[in-house]
Design a protein around this ligand. Structure first.
Ligand code: IMP
Ligand code: MG
Length: 169
């Protein structure tokens, strides 16, 4: 059983607001949005559909293997070329920030390619789970320490197709 935590309507409303906020900031300056696969794909689509400015869309794929200690080992499965990043305004789109290990890795990886600017948007944030010091610049929803699925997020590759965010009961 999946219990609904955040409805599709509430997610889309919040994502549209974020999209408008970003446009107010970047105006007609082009932005390269980087969607992290696979979890952020619904978030990226909704955000981009509502974005009124010049936008490019790139994809990155990372997986995190968490040991017993607080450090996570991050593996990059799909990379991005430097020419798409260097001297561009870049916004990383993440599904959820948990320990923060993935985000820290991504920020360093993209930051090393000398973007003109770099910001991070996350759909969800489990702040109390943080193990490394890092924060997203924009977050749609802060949630408690719950394992959530839907709207792109999975549990063993299942439930990504749910249109809302839910908790497995
Ligand atoms: P971090 O490196 O611990 O911050 O992990 C972030 C990644 O773990 C996310 O991008 C997700 O892929 C996955 N993750 C963390 N919490 C959840 C959850 O509640 N549901 C589904 N995936 C999650
Ligand atoms: Mg992710």
């Amino acid at each position: 059983m999946i219990k609904k935590l955040i409805s599709e309507k509430d997610i889309n409303k919040r994502v549209k607001e974020l999209s408008e906020l970003l446009y107010k900031k970047y105006c007609d300056d082009e932005v390269v949005f980087i969607c992290t696969l696979k979890g952020a794909v619904f978030f990226a689509c909704e955000l981009l559909k509502n974005y009124k400015g010049d936008a490019r869309l790139e994809f990155l794929r990372v997986s995190s293997y968490k040991g017993k200690k607080s450090t996570g080992k991050i593996e990059l499965n799909l990379s991005i070329s430097k020419e798409n990043i260097e001297n561009h305004n870049v916004i990383i789109l993440e599904d959820i920030v948990d320990t923060g290990c993935t985000l820290k890795f991504l920020k360093e990886y993209i930051g090393d390619m000398n973007p003109k600017s770099l910001e991070i948007c996350t759909l969800l944030d489990k702040k109390m789970r943080r193990e490394v010091e890092i924060e997203a610049d924009y977050c749609c929803f802060e949630i408690d320490d719950l394992f959530v699925v839907g709207y792109g997020l999975d549990y063993n590759q299942k439930y990504r197709n749910l249109p809302y965010i839910g908790v497995i009961e």
